[in-house]
Design a protein around this ligand. Structure first.
Ligand SMILES: [Fe+2]
Ligand SMILES: [Fe+2]
Length: 167
């Protein structure tokens, strides 16, 4: 068996995030349906559209390195998304539902930021110059989404001041 290289790791990680993005694309409409606030719904739907574009950029990266676009099961994202579904179930109708949704969405964003940060650094090291801009475009969208979610989380906590049940 040939020794593994950074090229192999780059490709495996690309497959990991490609799989993850496709799972995220399916999860975001569910999160939008579950969200109670209009801003929350809008944020999830906007990021759903961005995710479509991100998947296309990843397909371009596969093309640039001459490999077929294929996903590889990513248990980390499955776990993060499963936790999100659990929150939707457990907090349905509660004042804390949106806070829970925002927190699981941020866990997703942080996973993506970690992956894209790494992929960008490796693309630089491997000389995949054309791929860097594509990966960075995805990275910047994830960072912006994370910041938006932070603002949304703080905003909803302040505006409502009712994250505790009023009984
Ligand atoms: Fe993404
Ligand atoms: Fe994202």
């Amino acid at each position: 068996m040939a020794e593994k290289t950074l090229d192999d790791l780059f490709l495996d990680t690309l497959k990991d995030i490609y799989y993850a993005e496709k799972q995220i694309l399916k999860a975001l409409p569910k999160m939008a349906r579950a969200a109670q606030s209009e801003q929350g719904k809008a944020a999830f739907l906007q990021h759903r559209d961005e995710t479509e574009g991100q998947i296309e950029r990843l397909q371009q990266v596969f093309e640039l390195i001459g490999k077929p676009a294929r996903g590889k099961t990513c248990e980390a994202i499955q776990g993060i998304l499963a936790e999100g579904e659990e929150i939707i179930e457990d907090y349905k109708g509660s004042v804390a539902l949106d806070a829970g949704l925002i927190s699981s969405a941020q866990a997703v964003e942080h996973y993506e930021i970690a992956r894209y940060g790494t992929l960008k650094a490796w693309a630089e090291q491997l000389g995949h110059t054309d791929a860097i801009a594509l990966i960075d475009a995805n990275l910047q969208e994830e960072i912006a989404t994370d910041e938006k979610l932070s603002a949304l989380g703080e905003g909803s906590a302040k505006a409502k001041g009712k994250l505790r049940a009023t009984k």
